[in-house]
Design a protein around this ligand. Structure first.
Ligand code: ASP
Ligand code: MG
Length: 457
């Protein structure tokens, strides 16, 4: 049975909500109290709250693991004690109890187990992905219980819900098992004004060993839980007002993109725009559930909706750029009538394990853009066997993202009005028609971005 069919047993308006809160949104007792308020006012059909570790905690855990691996157990332990103190303090601020040791027992259990793990790592001087996951899960184990305390609601250890394979460090969810677990443990609790807290990022494999979905994985968790639950919406609560039309460091008056589709979100993410990784929202969108990106600091403010479907239907939704790009062009005077040239050319990149970006070909030359960190000299040496090679470093790729085919001539006109004023090395319309990219010199990039933003937004 597919998710869309399952959902019909509960009318859309009555379906529960999944609310995911990232590290900053649960970064202190006060923020956790804010989370509690947000969850309560949205709980008319039940809410599943999915939390990250408190901000900075996962980083500390990775650092501790490294220190232990290097044999510096003392420093690793010191980090653990910092974490203990941080979570004690948060607990105290949330619920000033009698101060007895019993009150903090759940924190001690997690920190003590963590120290024991680190001890093992230091002894063996071995840090397997499996140990790393057990260590890294501590942050979410702590924050999950604290947020449940702040809300005063039930807490379910995500490891009983997020069943995965055993690729530690990048475990892949077992959708069928997760659906079954969510149906059994979470769905019955999704009644009006009921809230349940669980964690993102962590899971467990068939043997119940702790796994993680990889750094930043809690958005993915939320999306998976939402799909399994047939949620009405998945809200990703973070510290920005949704997805912006442009990097605000370049264009200070960048606006919130109100609606975008999967392909558009994917393109923006590929360009390093500060959005969710597209793969993280896919389970939700595939199940027909919209994902919104909202700001915990401004809950009533603007937000972005990534709606099910490939694109927004709007000609331009956002701009993005990526620096440190180089262009390699290979000229072959008598490429006419030659076959196999492109195959040979791409084999060079394939053999060097370099992924290429934009490609443009003419009768006698091929230009390819790639990250400047690629082994350019080595590539050049190989490519010279095929023709004359030129390398243009210090380039920037700019992408205009949107449902471009909706109004292609108008979009192209506007883009070329801007480009008229600067020199462009390469232009390419992405095959899925939601990305028009072009490459300019580093020094022209900001000007081009500002101009484009002015024209489109
Ligand atoms: N706490 C994990 C991390 O920092 C997962 C997440 O926040 O998404 O990577
Ligand atoms: Mg995150």
């Amino acid at each position: 049975m597919n998710a869309a069919m399952e959902r019909t047993d509960r009318p859309e308006a009555d379906r529960p909500l999944v609310m995911k809160f990232g590290g900053t949104s649960v970064g202190s007792a006060q923020r956790m109290k804010d989370v509690a308020v947000l969850a309560r006012v949205n709980a008319q059909n039940g809410v599943l709250v999915v939390v990250s570790a408190m901000s900075g905690v996962t980083d500390s855990l990775f650092r501790a693991a490294r220190l232990a691996f290097e044999g510096n157990l003392e420093a690793a332990y010191a980090l653990c004690e910092d974490l203990r103190a941080k979570h004690y303090e948060t607990h105290r601020e949330l619920s000033p109890g009698d101060g007895s040791a019993a009150e903090f027992a759940y924190i001690d259990t997690i920190i003590d187990a963590l120290k024991e793990r680190l001890h093992g790592v230091a002894l063996l001087r071995e840090l397997s992905p499996r140990s790393m996951d057990a260590i890294a899960s501590s942050g979410e184990l702590l924050s999950g219980q604290l947020v449940a305390r702040a809300i005063g609601c039930r807490y379910i250890d995500a490891r009983t819900l997020m069943k995965t394979d055993s690729r530690f460090g990048e475990a892949r969810p077992d959708m069928e098992a997760i659906k079954a677990a969510v149906k059994e443990q979470v769905a019955p609790l999704m009644k009006p004004w009921e809230i349940v807290v669980t964690q993102g990022y962590i899971g467990s494999d068939q043997e119940n060993a702790t796994t993680t979905l990889g750094r930043g994985g809690s958005d993915f968790s939320a999306s998976i839980f939402g799909a399994a639950l047939g949620a009405r919406e998945i809200q990703i609560w973070t510290d920005v007002e949704g997805i912006l039309t442009c990097d605000p460091r370049i264009v200070p008056n960048a606006k919130t993109v109100e609606v975008l589709g999967y392909f558009e979100a994917a393109e923006l993410a590929a360009f390093g725009a500060k959005v969710l990784h597209p793969a993280t929202v896919k389970p939700a969108l595939d199940a027909g559930i919209p994902v919104t990106v909202r700001n915990t600091m401004k809950p009533e403010g603007k937000y972005s909706t990534i709606k099910p479907g490939k694109s927004s239907g709007r000609p331009v939704v956002a701009l993005a750029m990526r620096k440190n790009v180089s262009i390699i062009s290979v000229k072959q005077e008598d490429m006419t009538d030659q076959y196999g040239f492109l195959a040979k050319l791409f084999k060079v990149f394939g053999d060097a394990e370099v992924s290429v970006d934009l490609i443009s070909t003419s009768e006698i030359s091929v230009s390819i853009s790639l990250d400047s960190s690629s082994p350019l000299a080595k590539l050049k040496k190989e490519l010279q066997k095929l023709g004359t090679v030129d390398i243009l470093p210090g380039r920037v790729v700019i992408a205009v993202v949107g449902d471009l085919l909706k109004r292609t001539p108008a979009v192209l006109n506007k883009v070329f009005t801007v480009l008229e004023q600067i020199e462009v090395d390469l232009v390419s319309l992405g095959a899925n028609s939601v990305n028009l990219s072009f490459i300019v010199k580093q020094e022209d990039a900001e000007f081009a971005m500002k101009k484009l933003h002015e024209i489109f937004f």
